[in-house]
Design a protein around this ligand. Structure first.
Ligand code: NAP
Length: 269
């Protein structure tokens, strides 16, 4: 049995869709804190279980019979919340006898800044748990930057970014979900740490692709920009996203979607 948390969210939802194309629905269970939100899965023959990261007892029951558990990290980045919630998840998985835990970690989790340090804490909890595990060190979703907000950038004709000219290895959320799904169904992933990243590009490249896809001139300028937060741009400028990795391509069996595909989707081209 594959048990998936976060299935009512973006990443987990895409993972379940892919899983249902690989294994019978009877071998998949989803965990939702509000059962009503997961009713569509029930209609498709998927076991729907109630579980809240704040409620250890609910998790212990929800993880029953899990050969493998997809543990989607909590979206609540309030300081102290994820370490508490994630300890609940890991403890419940130990109690329930989960066979393997696949955790959606983050890029550079071995030594991460800010709210990303919650992943450092969680990787340590998982390592100490003794349960076989797989770390998916997901880079940032490219949709954080490649989204319909780019239409305003095209209208303005200028893309500003305080990126220091450093490249990013963002990946599409769909490809990261396929990578996760591959590690839930395949063999040989216990103990693996996957650095899941897409092809490198710079914000100057983005301006060029915006020009090419829209047919309207967009120039790149160094400076504070609207596409992505100041935190994100600081990370980019520090080289946080500058290293490539082939792990995602290996897991999904093709090159991850790159800049042009992301821009075409964002602009609806
Ligand atoms: N790599 C990146 O760029 C990036 C970007 C954003 C987030 N993330 C991280 O990756 C995770 C998955 O991303 P996503 O885009 O799928 O996020 P999302 O759409 O916000 O989904 C989060 C999921 O977590 C569930 N959840 C929240 N609090 C919970 C709780 N107390 N107990 C049980 N489940 C709970 C949500 O359930 P409900 O439907 O009930 O709310 C939802 O299913 C995020 O949670 C965050 O940790 C990564």
């Amino acid at each position: 049995m594959i048990v998936v948390t976060g299935a009512t969210g973006k990443l987990g939802g895409l993972v379940v869709e892919d899983l249902l194309g690989r294994v019978p629905a009877s071998e998949v269970a989803v965990v939702a804190r509000a059962l009503g939100k997961a009713a569509g899965y029930f209609d498709r023959g998927v076991d729907v279980r109630q579980g809240d990261y704040e409620d250890p007892g609910s998790l212990r029951i929800a993880f029953e019979g899990a050969d493998v558990l997809l543990f989607v990290s909590s979206p609540d980045t309030t300081p102290g919340t994820r370490p508490r919630q994630h300890k609940n998840v890991v403890d419940a998985a130990v109690d329930a006898g989960v066979g393997r835990i696949v955790y959606t970690s983050a890029i550079n989790a071995q030594n991460a800044p800010g709210f990303l340090a919650d992943h450092t804490v969680t990787e340590k909890l998982l390592t100490a748990s003794g349960v076989p595990h797989t770390f998916l060190r997901n880079t940032f979703y490219q949709e954080t930057v490649l989204n319909p907000g780019l239409k305003a950038v095209v209208d303005a004709g200028v893309l500003r970014a305080a990126d220091g000219g450093r490249p990013v290895n963002f990946a599409s959320i769909a490809d990261l979900a396929l990578g996760a799904s591959a590690t839930l169904t395949g063999d040989g992933h216990a103990g693996a740490v996957y650095e899941l990243r897409g092809p490198l590009w710079t914000f100057a490249d983005l301006a060029d692709v915006l020009t090419s896809v829209s047919g309207r001139p967009v120039s790149y300028e160094a400076g504070e920009g609207e596409q992505g937060s100041a935190f994100l741009h600081d990370l980019v400028a520090s080289g946080f996203f500058a290293e490539p990795s082939g792990d995602l391509e290996k897991l999904i069996g093709r090159p991850p979607a790159g800049l042009r595909a992301g821009v075409e989707k964002a602009l609806g081209a």
